[in-house]
Write a protein that binds this ligand. Structure first.
Ligand code: SF4
Length: 350
């Protein structure tokens, strides 16, 4: 084989040809990977915290160091603290490059998805790569269990926003609310978050998830608020189980009660309202797109309309057909109706 022929068959340095990404094809005219199907990306989905957020999923369903009673994904099937490359990060990066090359945009790129993203040993490489490729801010949603590890701290500190869940104040409450991996103790977990706070110059958001009758009394919330305040967060966000949770007994805290306990935090906690979203970018929604979104995250009609740009009449027609054909299910929760794909992977609250 001549050198010229050999060179023409070899993948260019950094070329997307070097990675075989199932579900993507190479468009020879555009010189990019194109397809609507991504294995590791989802959305952009409506997020109450982050507007239109493109989710980047770095773990298989459902790999987490916690098994929270309020998790919208369902129960944890692989409860672990073992860090490894659970999904090939080269594939994730190739998909992100293709998504960006197609001119897509979002308010945030968010490491979240089917479990705890910091369990993927290469998550820092994804953050680094994205900062080189785009100015879209990057958020990491984590339960904080690995933040005691200096390598995890350094990798996480590259994000613009790190949102850590903290809904307990000692080992007993941690067991009741988060059902952690057996090796995780509250003091060690909390100390890890505190150490991370010292080196992190971005925005630290703390999300407190309250479950009615489990960690929602004034004395419970005061104990959580004490620990949250010592972390000097940029924002504190109060959440509750308004969407279907993995345990039926994980009841939502009534809104008037949330209003009362929000004042116990310093800074005062924001109650997670409906997501907000700018409408600068429109998304061409198809039935397949809608099913893809709803398989990742249950949405109300209003949320689905905001993220897709569809008129409610149009969206309800799609939903009517999709529920009729069994591709989408309807759930009733706290007076709201949510829709999810029948193979739903539901986005977690971290
Ligand atoms: S809510 Fe987040 S931290 Fe808790 S089990 Fe689900 S994915 Fe894990």
């Amino acid at each position: 084989m001549s050198e010229m022929r050999a060179a023409s068959r070899a993948p260019a340095r950094g070329s997307l040809h070097t990675v075989d990404v199932p579900g993507l094809r190479h468009d020879h005219d555009k010189g990019t990977l194109v397809n609507n199907t991504y294995r590791h990306l989802f959305g952009p989905v409506p997020s109450r915290r982050l507007g239109r957020s493109l989710g980047v999923d770095l773990t298989p369903f459902k790999t987490c160091s916690f098994d929270c009673i309020f998790c919208q994904l369902g129960r944890t099937t692989d409860k672990t603290i073992l860090q490894r490359e659970y999904v090939p990060v080269d594939e994730v990066i190739a998909e992100l490059d293709a998504w960006l090359a197609a001119g897509n945009t979002a308010d945030y790129l968010t490491l979240s998805g089917s479990g705890e993203p910091t369990l993927n040993s290469e998550f820092g490489r994804v953050i680094r790569h994205l900062h080189e490729r785009t100015t879209i801010p990057l958020a990491l949603l984590t339960n904080g269990t690995l933040l005691g590890d200096p390598h995890v701290q350094m990798a996480a500190a590259q994000a613009n926003v790190v949102k850590v869940s903290l809904s307990a104040w000692d080992d007993t409450s941690l067991q009741h609310v988060n059902r952690p991996h057996r090796s995780i103790k509250f003091d060690t977990l909390y100390d890890g978050i505190r150490k991370f706070r010292k080196i992190f110059t971005g925005e630290l958001w703390i999300e407190v998830f309250l479950v009615w009758g489990t960690n929602s009394s004034v004395s419970d919330v005061l104990k959580i608020a004490d620990r949250v305040q010592a972390l000097n967060p940029t924002r504190v966000q109060l959440n509750t189980a308004v969407r279907p949770s993995c345990e039926e007994y994980a009841y939502a805290v009534p809104l008037h009660r949330m209003d009362d306990v929000a004042k116990l935090f310093n800074p005062a906690a924001e109650i997670m309202a409906e997501y907000s979203s700018n409408t600068s970018a429109s998304i061409q929604a198809t039935e397949a797109d809608l099913v893809g979104i709803l398989e990742r995250r249950p949405c109300s009609l209003d949320q689905l309309c905001r993220v897709t740009g569809l008129h409610p009449n149009e969206a309800s027609k799609y939903l009517g057909k999709l529920t009729h054909t069994g591709q989408v299910q309807e759930h009733h929760k706290s007076g709201e109706v949510y829709f999810s794909g029948v193979h739903s992977l539901r986005t977690p609250s971290t």
